[in-house]
Design a protein around this ligand. Sequence first.
Ligand code: PLP
Length: 436
Amino acid sequence: AAEETTFRELHPRSAELAARAHGSLLAGVPMPWMTRWPGAFPVFVDHAEGARLVDVDGVSYVDLCLGDTGAMTGHALPQITEAITARAGRGVTTMLPGEDAVWVGEELARRFGLPAWQLAMSATDANRFVLRFARHLTGRPRVAVMDWCYHGTVDESLAVLDGDRVVPRPGALGPQVDVAVTTAVVPFNDLDALDRRLAQGDVACLLMEPALTNIGIVLPEEGYLAGVREITRRHGVLLINDETHTMCAGPGGATRAWDLEPDLIVVGKAIAGGIPAAAYGMTAEIAARLAGPMLGHEIDVAGVGGTLTGNPLATAAIRATLSSCLREEDFAGAVPLAERFTAGVAGVIEAAGLPWHVQRLGCRAEYWFCPPPRDGAAAASAVDEEIEAFFHLWALNRGVLLTPFHNMALFSPAHTEADVDRHTEVFAGAVEALTA
Ligand code: PLP
């Protein structure tokens, strides 16, 4: 309650805007997830630059949310701003390709090791398209996902396990498509369960994050991803790595960092520096089976792509981001900051003798108020929303912005060691307040 009072005192202008927003925006926000911030209302943003976000009350934050990875590069980097400004004056949508699109295809192929790429408007979009391609290519009806995964608002993926049954994800608006018919769900880090399920022969593809990142960070156990590859191959199931968040593992995502061999890859959010765009790539074999029929008009491509997909503005933003940010050297700047964060938080946890832990993947990290869970269901039942909200609001009131989802922290090269240490200090204060 004290933190709520402080929050209100710090944010009179946000409170005014929130009240006004309720007059015209559903739930007072332009997008439902924005209601998920702890506090009576979200802070309204004035601007964001580098590692800083400044709200309409003039409060400045160390931004560790970075748009839930959409701004993994840091905010408003001149390289990206200049590229999109220049493009804006030269036409932003054409329904025809330009040279930037060719550059982008070549760069994605080089980074991720798959030769043929397509663009999409968002990672959700890209995931929908690859699922469609996978069903087309295999002639099988069902898609497999990990229990408690998140791949955007893709209907088939909004499913979890309830015992052996596949049921809609709790809280998903419904009635939705019948996930018991469209979807197979398997627990992360469980090769036997995957093998048993895929043996039924009705699954077109497995859509997965190489590490779960949407129920907190859950890392793959030793040998798990190699096992997934062997099992999917043996059952003729296409393996799709959704690297939308795991891009934090390095310039080629977890796929390159861990030497994985998926059939298809989806990347979104960060790759266009915050402009809406995503991409998906595929093996030469898949490309050969799709490209000829597409060019020969044998495949009706309705169902993939959209009018604004691959537009020149988005394409210029991807080029600027990949050519001058999100490179090897940028990760070399950001990852040590995440390591420093992990060490600082672990030190506080250890000194307090708590059974908590801190997890890291590349330049993103997160603390858990429990020992490490090994799969999505264990992670979901371990999540304590009350304590997460307390830590989040405590940090926000002290100028540190974590993601509202599981208090994750993302680092860009624009952050500094002082930013990390400020968070550690704030975290230590919260632990002290909680355990006093
Ligand atoms: N895939 C993953 C792994 C994600 O985490 C998300 C969003 O958080 C998405 C896809 C969907 O991204 P978007 O909401 O930008 O479509």
